[in-house]
Design a protein around this ligand. Sequence first.
Ligand SMILES: Nc1ncnc2c1ncn2[C@@H]1O[C@H](COP(=O)(O)OP(=O)(O)OP(=O)(O)O)[C@@H](O)[C@H]1O
Ligand SMILES: [Mg+2]
Length: 265
Amino acid sequence: MSEANNGAAGIGAADIAGADAADETVIRIEDLRKTFGDNEVLRGIDLDVRRGEVVVILGPSGSGKSTLLRCVNLLEKPTGGRIFFEDTEITAKKTDINKVRAKVGMVFQNFNLFPHLTAKKNVMLAQQKVLHRNKEEAARIAEEQLEKVGLGERIDYRPSELSGGQQQRVAIARALAMDPHVMLFDEATSALDPELVRDVLSVMKELARGGMTMIVVTHEMGFARDVADRVIFMDGGHIVEQGTPEEVFDHPTSDRTKDFLGHIS
Ligand SMILES: Nc1ncnc2c1ncn2[C@@H]1O[C@H](COP(=O)(O)OP(=O)(O)OP(=O)(O)O)[C@@H](O)[C@H]1O
Ligand SMILES: [Mg+2]
């Protein structure tokens, strides 16, 4: 992940590393189903994500995007199908959920920071509790990660003393401090004032260019076009269409995709 901060040289190196590992599947989702009561929210999702790939998921409200992400780090228990993360079937009964979660970073719309703790302490906490890092190491890594997201000057501020965009960057630093193998973003910029969105998106872009494997639910079409290796359009619990940003945005084949894109652009 150190490449993320090394500017152009780091990006080149990461690109090469990404190309080498291009065939390595990090997440494999097979016929994933999730039902709440009699509401079938995911209706058979098949999806492979390769190491270093950035997958952007689009779709109307209620189409199952958040549920899909939440199933990937087992915040929701799938009703059917299987999910593999690296070499482990995480949907198997014997899997240690906490071990999986530690490797899958998740950033939500609401940052969920502890209000009484400084940015640095917020980033230290899970490192100490989950990874059992000692205080000094957790502090060093917290400072490093906060520096990376552009908050080196704000490490001792509490959430109430930070803008929404800064709080979201603390949340990203907190996730990155756990050395995740994959990052999931669920509308990470949707709650932010427009002028704050840019800083958060640029942190996400930097991360993508550094080779992080990412699944991103967003309404930011510019981001999707620039950064996504693959765009997925979901509707009604199905993947309706997927392809490169050019394919999905410029030449959508499904009427549902066309209709959706027509409404948002
Ligand atoms: N915990 C839950 N209990 C019951 N129903 C749920 C639960 N979570 C989600 N749902 C239902 O599942 C469906 C899909 O929700 P989900 O949050 O995955 O959609 P989404 O695509 O993320 O939508 P949005 O763009 O509004 O965030 C919705 O009908 C929702 O009401
Ligand atoms: Mg959602």
